[in-house]
Design a protein around this ligand. Structure first.
Ligand SMILES: N[C@@H](CCC(=O)N[C@@H](CS)C(=O)NCC(=O)O)C(=O)O
Length: 206
């Protein structure tokens, strides 16, 4: 039996976690089906629970196996496709990648709450010291990693990987809320993400 992959996702417009899993699947280049669930529909929770035991999207179905949570999906993809470049090759860089991925996955509450994910532009955010501190920290991560991999591709560790998939929604949030970094390297990184063919595909099909 051929392997069957299906991603259970929320709306493209609103689901930042779904974008992450979808970007990773596109990057690997596997054949996969998608099932989009309208998160605003009254039946959304029941429908998600038909596939995902946590009641959250994204979830990945691989034949009879279900994996939920974008980070677990990322690690599973990496186990199945270790040569797809989802993590950097060097062990130290891989450890740093896991650090920034985990920091993103478990933190940045002010960015999430003050700049709710949306693909619409021209939105206004609620400013606060906490938000500014988190934006500063995101920029510090991007700047630090880009400065180290200046000689390779334009992504955080050179080539596109899980770290970029995890931060792509932040780049789209900055765009939606009109936040422009004063740092050239940060702006360059944001443009690399915005010009990524799969990010563009996600945004244009929404
Ligand atoms: N940490 C989870 C977060 C998943 C999450 O919060 N998903 C939201 C959509 S972006 C969701 O499923 N919302 C629907 C609900 O809570 O009913 C992950 O990385 O997958």
């Amino acid at each position: 039996m051929a392997d069957k992959f299906t991603l259970i996702l929320g709306d493209r417009q609103l689901s930042s976690w779904s974008l992450r899993a979808w970007l990773m699947a596109k990057h690997i280049g596997i054949d996969f089906e998608t099932k989009f669930i309208n998160l605003s529909a009254p039946s959304a929770k029941d429908e998600i629970l038909r596939y995902s035991p946590s009641g959250k999207v994204p979830a990945l179905m691989h034949n009879d196996l279900v994996i939920w949570d974008s980070l677990a999906i990322a690690e599973y993809f990496n186990e199945l496709f270790p040569t797809s470049g989802l993590f950097p090759r060097d062990v130290n860089s891989r450890a740093i990648a896991r650090s920034v991925i985990s920091e993103m996955h478990s933190g940045f509450q002010s960015i999430r709450s003050s700049m709710p994910f949306s693909l619409n532009c021209g939105l206004s955010f609620i400013d606060s010291d906490e938000l500014r501190l988190e934006i500063k920290r995101v920029e510090e991560i991007w700047l630090g990693l880009r400065t180290k991999s200046v000689d390779s591709g334009g992504y955080l560790f050179g080539e596109f990987g899980i770290a970029d998939a995890m931060f792509a929604p932040v780049v789209l949030r900055f765009k939606a809320y009109g936040y422009q970094s004063k740092n050239e390297i940060v702006t360059e990184y944001c443009n690399t993400i915005l010009n990524n063919q799969f990010v563009k595909e996600w945004c244009t099909n929404s």
